[in-house]
Design a protein. Structure first.
Length: 472
């Protein structure tokens, strides 16, 4: 059984008025105060629709400062509940759909999107969260009653969710983890990794990722201080941590930064950078920039996004690390001299981070992957232009899709006779040799190291690809 959110007695909060009426999402003059806990369910229903129907990123919606107005208006406890509902509703979307189908006498009307989201929000609480079933059912019925399009389905919602509650022990069993991958993604994963590995990857997606930290020095010491384990690459992993990272020892002193162990690997492929001119060409928010500086490089960090660059600067300031920073497009970057080492951590579909961002399968698609692959190929061509003869370039991203990784590098190597692969040797990644391909590239997937569900203290990695190249 996957992790459940903390139990709430009644699934309630003293809900504030949640609508300014501007988006008309709380209809009929309704105030969430009228029914404790209803505001959270209405917001969860609305946000699930925004993610699944309008393909809006969950991070942007679920932000206490800049998120959806309905979410921001909720009190902290209800915000936590909405987050738990949304993340579980997405993580287990296939299992939830199957369970609901088993409780429906006939298929839902095709134009009843709001009804579908109300059922999913109710079912998520019954099947996967520690909310009393009676509160989940009653509040789903109440949510239907305040929406003029869904009101006529209130009786049906009541019957379906009550049946779900009675039969939940059988219905919440995940039949195959792959049922929780939308078809487009499952097809691409099976084509790349085969059905068995896809099932293992899908299973790893069902458990949130642990908290990983990159430390400036002394991983074993920090693992001891923070109650974690030091992984073979030096990442400190805190198996179960629930709270603000800012409260952890060493944060204020700038001793570490949050970074998945797999995300730490591409920059580690450069080894010692002392005395080297280094460019980090897609740098923000700067996790890998910090590693390159800590490895001794004189780093120029470039990113096209000024806001993200502000975050990079703030992150480096906290860590007391220094880099030259440039806001701009790689294509327009004309440095005085070429670089000895270049990291291109290109924008991608982020399918390697589904454990952290279960909305990704619903906000991305095959068409977007093809578009991103075009961007990556173009940026890699630009990055090569900035590399000194003999210099090393690492191309990386957090996609699981070979179209955004292996295929991009293969095409470059076919096109350019002056660029060769500089294969990573097993001895360079002691204890993590499993992450190397026969060609000497890095390829991690979430099921590696056991997968978080099987080995919470050491399991699971984000999906990453990295190839090390050299200019001859
Ligand atoms: C995957 S993120 C980089 C993450 C970063 N390397 C880290 O570890 O924190 C990709 C970045 O590429 C930047 N980017 C996209 N297109 C770019 C371009 N043409 N020139 C420069 N930066 C670009 C985006 O703004 C984004 O910050």
């Amino acid at each position: 059984m996957p992790g459940k959110a903390p139990r709430r007695d009644d699934g309630v909060g003293n809900g504030p008025r949640i609508s300014d009426g501007a988006d008309g999402f709380v209809p009929d003059g309704y105030a969430a105060n009228d029914r404790p806990g209803l505001g959270a369910r209405l917001v969860a229903t609305k946000l699930l629709s925004a993610i699944v129907d309008a393909r809006t990123s969950a991070d942007g919606l679920l932000d206490a400062a800049g998120g959806h107005p309905g979410f921001r208006a909720l009190e902290g406890r209800d915000q936590g509940l909405v987050k738990a509902i949304i993340l579980s509703a997405l993580r287990f979307r296939g299992t939830i759909s199957r369970a609901l189908d088993a409780c429906l006498d006939r298929p839902l009307p095709p134009n009843a999107a709001a009804l579908k989201h109300i059922l999913h929000v109710g079912a998520t609480q019954i099947l996967f969260l520690d909310v009393p079933d009676s509160a989940a059912v009653d509040l789903a019925v109440a949510a239907a009653n305040v929406d003029s399009r869904s009101r006529r389905f209130a009786g049906m919602i009541n019957a379906v969710l009550r049946r779900l509650s009675r039969e939940k022990d059988a219905l919440r069993e995940v039949a195959t983890a792959t049922e929780n991958m939308p078809d487009w993604l499952a097809a691409r994963m099976v084509a790349a990794y085969g059905p068995e590995r896809t099932e293992a990857i899908a299973r790893a997606h069902l458990t949130p990722a642990p908290l990983d930290l990159t430390v400036k020095r002394d991983p074993a010491g920090w693992a001891g201080k923070l109650g974690g384990v030091a992984l073979p690459n030096g990442t400190v992993r805190l198996g179960s941590f629930d709270g603000p990272v800012t409260a952890l020892e060493g944060f204020a002193e700038g001793e570490w930064w949050v970074q998945d162990a797999a995300a730490a690997l591409p920059a580690q492929l450069f080894g010692d950078l002392t005395g080297k001119r280094v460019a980090d060409l897609c740098a923000a928010p700067g996790g890998k920039t910090a590693q390159l500086i800590a490895a001794g490089g004189a780093v120029t960090a470039l990113d096209i996004n000024a806001n993200r660059m502000k975050r990079l600067k703030a992150n480096l300031a906290r860590l007391s690390l220094e880099a030259e920073t440039v806001v701009g497009d790689i294509a327009a970057f004309e440095p005085a001299e070429p670089f000895d080492a270049i990291l291109l951590d290109a924008p991608c579909s982020s399918t390697g981070t589904i454990r952290r961002h279960p909305d990704v399968p619903y906000t991305k698609d095959a068409e977007e992957i093809a578009k991103l692959a075009g961007v990556q190929a173009r940026l890699l061509g630009e990055a090569v232009r900035l590399l000194a003869p003999g210099g090393r370039l690492v191309f990386s991203n957090c996609s699981l899709d070979p179209a955004e990784g292996e295929a991009i590098v293969a095409a470059l190597l076919t096109d350019r006779s002056d660029i060769v692969r500089d294969p990573v040797q097993p001895g360079e990644l002691p204890g993590m040799e499993f992450a190397l391909t026969p060609e000497g590239d890095l390829r991690t997937t979430p099921d590696m190291m056991g997968g978080a569900a099987d080995a919470p203290a050491t399991g699971g990695l984000d999906g990453f690809y990295a190839a090390r190249l050299k200019r001859i």
